[in-house]
Design a binder for this molecule. Structure first.
Ligand SMILES: [Zn+2]
Length: 89
């Protein structure tokens, strides 16, 4: 991971980091530009998933199936057990 000095834009080294929570880490950095020599902290934080974790997806699928009518559940089961006979949407 590259960190850029917020003062001079030079590359900065990471001296240590501290996990603040599952989604936030503070990273202690030092600017490698000898004329700047700044020491600073940047935050690394979780923004969003591009692919949700499997347990989240599985729970969402279960909830969706629960919302289906009995007929739709029957059709879904048929599509799963006999995919070659399933109608294309
Ligand atoms: Zn700097």
């Amino acid at each position: 991971m590259k960190v850029t000095c917020p003062n001079c834009g030079y590359k900065s080294g990471i001296s240590s980091s501290k996990q603040m929570s599952y989604s936030v880490r503070e990273i202690y950095c030092h600017c490698e530009n000898p004329d700047c020599d700044a020491v600073f902290v940047v935050s690394q934080c979780f923004k969003h998933y591009t692919r949700p974790p499997k347990p989240v997806m599985e729970k969402a699928v279960v909830e969706l199936v629960r919302c289906l009518s009995p007929q739709d559940k029957k059709e879904l089961l048929a599509m799963i057990t006999h995919p070659e006979q399933a109608k294309l949407l």
